[in-house]
Design a binder for this molecule. Structure first.
Ligand code: SF4
Length: 202
């Protein structure tokens, strides 16, 4: 299936990857990558950037290691908390500032696509959800504005994508994009959760 690109989830090094993904996962990944690479399959990696793994991941040799294993894209997803209790995992302000300062230089040194978000959304006018850049289909078929946005009012199992894109919620979020221009380095939609909840009741 030439239009599918496998994206493998890692959490940085062995300890944090195995803690979140299960014991032995980190050590199993290089063999999978080598197989994909030898089959000439394009693949990428997704890493949730947290205050705990920031130093491990942002060090250039981590991205170089992925590149050496054949990885062609790295998605560095800044951790977005679901509740107040998870906030300790958010990047610290110093880490966010450091990332913004070094990202261009870091990415230039890598021979692969490196995207960090939500921080990288500012040049594109802010939040990319609801079809501006992202859409997410969950394992149950629920069509959500973005992989990080848990709201949905339409199922891709029951509705053709072209029609589903015009759902009340997705349309209202696109129309209200002015509210989502400023992310301050976090997720603009989550910061406006009350606004999104009100849209669902409109
Ligand atoms: S919902 Fe959040 S993470 Fe998703 S595109 Fe919008 S700002 Fe970015």
């Amino acid at each position: 299936m030439r239009n599918l690109i496998p994206v493998i989830s890692l959490e940085g090094g062995r300890e944090l990857t195995d803690e979140r993904r299960g014991e032995g996962v980190y050590d199993a990944v290089p063999a999978v990558m080598r197989r994909l690479d030898s089959d000439k399959r394009m693949f990428g990696v997704s890493v949730t950037l947290t205050s705990r793994n920031y130093d491990d991941v942002i060090r250039n040799d981590y991205l170089k290691l992925l590149q050496a294993l054949g990885c062609r894209a790295a998605f560095l997803i800044e951790y977005v908390p679901c509740g107040a209790e998870d906030k300790a995992l958010c990047l610290t302000q110093a880490q966010k500032t450091h990332l913004r300062q070094i990202e261009k230089q870091l990415y230039r040194q890598c021979d692969m696509l490196v995207v960090s978000l939500p921080g990288n959304e500012d040049p594109y006018g802010g939040c990319l959800a609801s079809g501006r850049g992202f859409l997410h289909i969950s394992s149950t078929g629920a069509l959500a504005p973005c992989p990080f946005a848990p709201w949905s009012d339409v199922s891709a199992k029951e509705t053709p994508l072209k029609v589903a894109l015009q759902s009340h919620l997705l349309k209202k979020i696109r129309e209200g994009h002015e509210t989502l221009r400023e992310s301050r380095g976090g997720c603009a939609l989550k910061e406006n959760a009350a606004w999104v909840a009100a849209l669902q009741k409109d």
